[in-house]
Design a protein around this ligand. Structure first.
Ligand SMILES: NC(=O)c1ccc[n+]([C@@H]2O[C@H](COP(=O)([O-])OP(=O)(O)OC[C@H]3O[C@@H](n4cnc5c(N)ncnc54)[C@H](O)[C@@H]3O)[C@@H](O)[C@H]2O)c1
Length: 261
């Protein structure tokens, strides 16, 4: 077994399913101790029973978009450790699908609240712990929608471009503390969330789901879906000492997505 992340302590928001959970398992397999939160109690309970969790995984229920709940999550972490090696700002929702003039303000606000402002809550509390550690890594989950325009998903695109802006800025603010800040931009991940997104787009366009699915893949040079493991492994690399001089980078893991329409 490779132990690339041995003794590293890692915090992951929305870590109990999807990309977050696959990344949690990758970190545990590589020897790390992981602190996750998730708004979904069922997923949290399931994570606690996983064989890999054995004294190395600490899972807590928390809504990432509520500052007080995030602060309570950190209070629990601080009882176990004062220093951390990495924070993965993974939380993010797909937001609504539709042309801008038809979208509701509350959906716009909720998308920005969860995808951008919650990252601020976590980073603000993790930075002192990373400084205490004398360095470390922050990884922000953006998206190919943080690099291209994304018709019918304007709040999501706005939120993911914002994540890129924060990443570039934080990397500059924190470089002198040996804290590296990078963003990962996943392409279309095979899984539940994209099933929901594709269903919503097919419904909006009044076309079959299969048609939308094929369209998504055709937007990548490699004609491929992306898998949660691809993102988990990139996180593992960015946290590891192999990436000790990689900072301020916006890393696409997307089979080279060249359009998103
Ligand atoms: N899935 C994709 O195709 C894709 C593509 C590009 C970028 N991303 C980004 O990657 C990240 C993870 O995506 P995913 O597909 O695994 O997500 P997902 O929709 O599968 O959700 C993962 C977890 O987030 C939790 N969650 C949702 N709202 C929360 C909140 N307010 N507080 C705490 N937990 C909350 C859910 O309970 C769930 O366990 C997101 O930032 C997403 O925007 C995903």
């Amino acid at each position: 077994m490779s132990l690339k992340l041995k003794n590293k302590k890692i915090i992951i928001s929305a870590g109990a399913s999807g990309i977050g959970w696959t990344t949690t398992k990758e970190c545990l397999k590589n020897g790390a101790t992981v602190f996750i939160c998730d708004v979904n109690k069922k997923f949290i309970n399931k994570s606690k029973k996983h064989p890999l969790s054995n004294k190395k995984l600490f899972s807590y229920e928390c809504d990432a978009s509520h500052e007080k709940e995030v602060s309570n999550f950190f209070t629990k972490i601080l009882k176990k450790t004062k220093k951390v090696d990495a924070l993965i700002n993974n939380v993010g929702i797909a937001g609504p699908t539709g042309t801008l003039e038809k979208l509701k303000s509350k959906d716009w606000e909720q998308t920005l609240k969860i995808n951008v402002i919650s990252h601020f809550y976590f980073s603000k509390l993790a930075i002192p712990m990373l400084k205490k550690n004398k360095g470390g890594s922050i990884i922000n989950l953006s998206s190919t929608a943080g690099i291209h325009g994304f018709p019918l998903r304007s709040p999501y695109a706005a939120s993911k471009w914002a994540v890129v802006g924060v990443t570039k800025t934080l990397a500059m603010e924190l470089g002198k503390f040996k804290i590296r800040v990078n963003a990962i931009c996943p392409g279309t991940i095979k899984g539940d969330r994209m099933n929901r997104v594709i269903s919503a787009k097919a419904k909006f366009l009044k076309v079959p789901k299969k048609f939308v699915e094929k369209e998504y893949i055709s937007m990548t040079s490699m004609n491929t879906w992306i898998y949660e493991e691809d993102i988990a492994k990139t996180c593992g690399y960015l946290i590891s000492d192999d990436a000790s001089r990689v900072s301020g980078q916006i890393i696409s893991v997307d089979g080279n997505t060249f359009r998103m329409d």
